[in-house]
Design a protein around this ligand. Structure first.
Ligand code: HEM
Length: 408
């Protein structure tokens, strides 16, 4: 690493956890391709919009973390391997094969059929909190909603969903439990091992008794067509489970805070519900749940903004910084629900563009739309700076709790 590398501890401060956008703005100007050192692994952060978009398309920045260098182990630790042999961690042509098989489950007609069920789940969750006049919207709404939806899609039995949710939350909230780091690491590994075991059993159960769900469909691709290995099958199920609920939960939380702290925009949306689809895109641009795209590895030396990134380096494309780049978005730090639906990078770009984008939009539109309709007078129950957030260095941007009150 070069001398001007920034230690991760200097970047990921408490202020960064609350509001990372001033730090991103500084990086875009002073060090748009910034080397960052950390005890776990060093990396290069790409923060300008044009570079970020190019990097997400750059075949020299590989997603195959299983090659030489043991990148997977370095980044995610032991126990993660069985869960991560999936499309997100592979390059074409492997990636194309894995993505094509899974895409069948996201056919527009199949997803459209899910709309009434999502509305029903949203209504059920809101029915429970409406009489109280207060809630923790993460615990009571944003986290369970996508878990229930992806649970149904995957065919996870109802009785197991809460336990699955608890173990996935251990991974999501790692670094914020207050436990010593070694204990925390052991707990994440325990969660990975539990999920691996559970999903392996789920696959076995679907083999005996298939249903009309995604896991059964993937089992058929594995057993009947032979186009998916057993490890890829379990690992793809994990990707769908994790990607399917984690990001959506954090997005609903972040979007709600953005609206509640921008009352004029909130009023506008309440008065103009037709704005909702456009508003969802702007809220994702404004404060997305995946600040940095999943790690890439330079397969050869590459150069961005005159900075040479050596072969074998880990590269982080900072989506949330790119989405606030004033060179791309006018008045980029302002929430403007009427903004033209611009080409934000919140769902990624290139071959790894979010596979669940239509589902995510559907959940967010129904979820946020109904939240505003059913909870009049919705307001934060604590000042925004006191909201408990995931740690600054977390790969996810989200809240641990979202206490609100409303007119019961
Ligand atoms: C607001 C919610 C969501 C956001 C912001 C989001 C964002 C993203 C982003 C940025 C990527 C690209 C990551 C990269 O290039 O490193 C991605 C990939 C992916 N997302 Fe989403 N996602 C969301 C919801 C979902 C849902 C509901 C699913 C459904 C299961 C899903 C499934 C996937 C999958 C399978 C990939 C990997 C695609 C590939 O590697 O080809 N996502 N998502």
């Amino acid at each position: 690493m070069t001398e001007n590398a920034v230690p991760a501890a200097e970047l990921y401060t408490d202020e960064f956890a609350v509001d990372p956008y001033p730090a991103f703005a500084k990086l875009r100007v002073d060090s748009p391709v910034c080397p960052v050192t950390s005890p776990r692994f060093d990396s290069y952060l790409i923060t300008r919009y044009d570079d970020a978009k190019a990097a997400l398309m750059d075949p020299r920045l590989s997603k195959d973390l299983y090659g030489p260098g043991q990148h997977f182990l370095r980044i995610f630790g032991p126990n993660s391997e069985g869960l991560n042999k999936n499309m997100l961690n592979s390059d074409p042509p492997e990636h194309s094969r894995l993505r094509q098989i899974t895409s069948r489950a996201f056919a527009p007609r199949r997803l459209e059929a899910l709309r009434p069920r999502i509305a029903e789940i949203v209504a059920g969750l809101l029915d429970r909190i409406v009489p109280d006049g207060h809630a923790d919207l993460m615990r009571d709404f944003a986290i369970p909603l996508p878990m229930m939806v992806i649970g149904e899609l995957l065919g996870i039995p109802d009785k197991d969903r809460q336990t699955v949710l608890e173990w996935t939350q251990v991974i999501r909230e790692s670094g914020s439990s207050g436990r010593p780091p070694a204990e925390e690491k052991a707990r994440v590994q325990e969660a990975q091992a539990w999920l691996h075991g559970y999903l392996t059993e789920l696959v076995a159960a679907k083999r005996i008794r298939p249903g009309d769900d995604m896991v059964s469909m993937l089992v058929a691709a594995c057993d009947e067509e032979g186009v998916l290995s057993e490890r890829e099958l379990v690992s793809t199920t994990f990707l769908l489970l994790f990607a399917g609920h984690q990001t959506t939960a954090d997005f609903i939380g972040n979007a709600t805070v953005a609206l509640l702290t921008n009352p004029a925009q909130l009023d506008l949306l309440r008065a103009t519900p037709d704005l909702l689809p456009q508003a969802i895109e702007e809220l994702l641009r404004f404060d997305g749940p995946l600040p940095v795209a999943s790690p890439r590895i330079a397969t050869e030396e590459v150069e961005y903004q005159g900075v040479r990134i050596p072969e074998g380096s880990i590269v982080g494309v900072v989506i949330n910084s790119a989405n606030h780049d004033p060179a791309q978005f006018e008045d980029a730090d302002r929430l403007d629900l009427c903004r033209e639906r611009g080409p934000h990078l919140g769902f990624g770009h290139g071959v790894h563009y979010c596979l669940g984008v239509s589902l995510a939009r559907m959940e967010a539109q129904i979820g946020i739309g109904e939240l505003l309709r059913r909870l009049p007078g919705l307001a934060l129950a604590v000042p925004p700076e006191e909201l408990r957030r995931l740690p600054a260095a977390s790969p996810f941007r989200g809240l641990i709790e979202l206490p609100v009150r409303f007119t019961a």
